[in-house]
Design a protein around this ligand. Structure first.
Ligand code: NAP
Ligand code: 3JN
Length: 340
């Protein structure tokens, strides 16, 4: 029997994440009957290449979602809030990359390597949420440990690439770096401070509790995905002058004891992970090695000698691929093969 094919739309197709979604659909040979690329009115008529054809970008409107089976959204939270409920009325399932629906109890928040079963709740609202990129790579690395020995507490510090802020931030890092090394004046539009040759302990807006929204996303999303609200999570998120791939220093306190060697063995068998841990040869996960790949690199795995049950690790993954586009397309693959 011929494999079923789907009408697919990408909303936010002209953006950093949308572009990568298009690349993932193509690379992974997603079963597509028709494809629509949607963005704001500013991009109408722009052509994007897909499987050898030039496809004109259309404006995202209620009409443009008619007869779409699966819509991958990465056009910001407000756009998702406005259009995702409408998509459901039209019989379309939305896989949403924004934070708009992530903490809605009726909306599954899915990382296929971790909680694939949650996809089955998609029909409540017709929406499946894709977690924040920093959360995705952390739970990919921690879920095998959680399943084996439980987790009491996680302390994480992130080193996040500028591509997480979108296309304009990638250009800003490039332009500032070029200006500074040539002794020219530089412009600053995206971040409140210079990002070139600097680190900013500030991602997304500050909240009343002193944390940023990005930090609280990591706390709340991790608990929802691991389905355990007793886990203590505290995060410090930092923007660094790297183009692609987020790095994270993670300290995890487990319920039951586990050695560093046991963690390495566990993670070597886990889906979506590559253990890169030969410090004696200067081999450990690097952003430049993770960029452009879907695998999450884990290394510097060692016991935390300050507590009885603690592990430290360094986790690196491409924030636009596994952190956004690839995770969304993986979810779409499961929907397409098992549910639609
Ligand atoms: P970007 O490069 O700035 O692209 C933004 C995209 O949204 C563009 O295609 C833009 O279209 C479109 N857009 C903006 N306003 C719109 C509107 N009113 N109607 C329709 N389309 C609109 O940003 P990005 O980095 O790709 O991120 C896009 C969104 O994805 C973010 O806002 C965030 O919600 C989500 N995201 C999630 C993660 C994650 O951690 N999973 C990571 C990064 C981003 P034009 O080109 O026509 O303006
Ligand atoms: O800054 C990063 O590295 C990740 C950024 C994600 C992001 C950027 C703008 C809006 C998000 C997100 O996915 O949480 C959002 C949002 O939808 O809130």
């Amino acid at each position: 029997m011929a494999k079923k094919k789907f009408n697919v739309a990408v909303a936010g197709a002209t953006g950093a994440v949308g572009n990568q979604m298009i690349a993932c659909l193509e690379e992974r040979n997603f079963p597509i009957k028709s494809v629509r690329f949607l963005a704001s009115h500013r991009s109408v008529g722009k052509k994007l290449r897909f499987r050898g054809d030039d496809i004109a970008v259309e404006e995202l409107t209620e009409q443009s979602l008619g007869s779409v089976d699966i819509a991958l959204f990465s056009a910001g939270g407000n756009t998702s809030k406005r259009f995702a409920p409408f998509a459901k009325e039209k019989g379309c399932v939305v896989i949403d990359n924004s934070s708009a629906w992530r903490m809605d109890p009726e909306v599954p928040l899915v990382v296929p390597e971790v909680n694939l079963h949650a996809v089955s709740d998609y029909s409540n609202k017709g929406i499946i949420a894709n977690p924040n990129c920093s959360t995705i790579q952390m739970v990919v690395a921690l879920s095998p440990i959680y399943k084996k020995c439980g987790i009491k507490r996680i302390v994480v510090s992130t080193y996040q690439a500028v591509s997480g802020t979108g296309k304009k931030a990638v250009d800003e890092l490039f332009d500032q770096t070029r200006a500074i090394i040539n002794f020219f004046d530089y412009k600053k539009n995206v971040y409140p401070h210079r990002i070139a040759f600097n680190c900013l302990p500030h991602i997304d807006a500050f909240l009343e509790n002193g944390y940023t929204k990005e930090e609280m996303k990591m706390v709340n999303e991790t608990r929802k995905i691991l389905e355990d609200h007793s886990i203590g999570v505290t995060a410090t998120t930092v923007r660094v002058p790297v183009f692609y791939a987020h790095s994270e220093s993670i300290n995890v306190e487990t319920e039951k004891h586990i050695t560093a060697d046991e963690v390495k063995s566990l993670l070597r068998l886990a889906k979506g992970i590559k253990v890169v841990d030969e410090p004696e040869k200067n081999i450990y996960p690097l952003a430049i090695d993770a960029a452009g790949r879907d695998v999450t690199l884990v290394g510097r795995i060692r016991e935390d000698e300050s507590i009885p049950n603690g592990i430290n690790m360094w986790v690196v993954s491409d924030n636009i691929r596994k952190g956004a586009a690839t995770n969304a397309v993986q979810i779409a693959e499961v929907l397409a093969s098992d549910y639609l």
